[in-house]
Design a protein around this ligand. Structure first.
Ligand code: ZN
Length: 43
């Protein structure tokens, strides 16, 4: 696990969020789960 860093923009806290991305290709739909670090203050 990675320790949380401070946001370089505003110095706010960064949280790890799981973002779901839908990939549509014809009849097939794939759900991609991506972990992204999001700042609590500025996003
Ligand atoms: Zn920020």
């Amino acid at each position: 696990m990675r320790p949380f860093d401070k946001c370089p923009v505003c110095g706010g806290e960064l949280v790890e969020k799981e973002v779901e991305k839908l990939l549509k290709g014809g009849v097939n739909t794939a759900v991609l789960k991506v972990a992204a670090e999001v700042c609590l203050q500025c996003g």
